[in-house]
Design a protein around this ligand. Structure first.
Ligand SMILES: [Zn+2]
Length: 107
């Protein structure tokens, strides 16, 4: 595929004070965020969303964001902004922006 979308890990953090519904322990849940981006010829163009998963640090069960328990969701609010999307996911937009700017200045 010379164009399409790909996912890349953006970062992760541990959320304490939640109870795992598989092992019933209160070990931290490890949250990992993956950023999806559109690409053409393997050059990232622009972001198209993200996927968040949680892994229990005790039993290692992984759950998707839609299955997150309420206490985990409420604990995650304080980590909002913890994971930043890397600037290279915007490469296509930056290139287009520079191109337009160049044309405006010198066109
Ligand atoms: Zn667990």
């Amino acid at each position: 595929m010379i164009y399409g979308w790909r996912g890349a890990k953006m970062g992760s953090y541990n959320v304490p004070n939640t109870v795992c519904r598989f092992c019933n322990c209160s070990e931290p849940q490890r949250i990992t965020e993956f950023g999806k981006y559109a690409h053409a010829m393997w050059i990232p163009l622009f972001p198209i969303g993200k996927t968040t998963v949680a892994e229990c640090t005790s039993c290692l069960r992984t759950i998707e964001e839609k299955d997150f328990p309420r206490d985990l969701n409420s604990q995650m609010i304080q980590f909002d902004g913890e994971v930043k999307r890397p600037i290279w996911h915007f490469s296509g937009l930056i290139i287009v922006g520079v191109f337009i700017l160049f044309n405006v200045l010198f066109g």
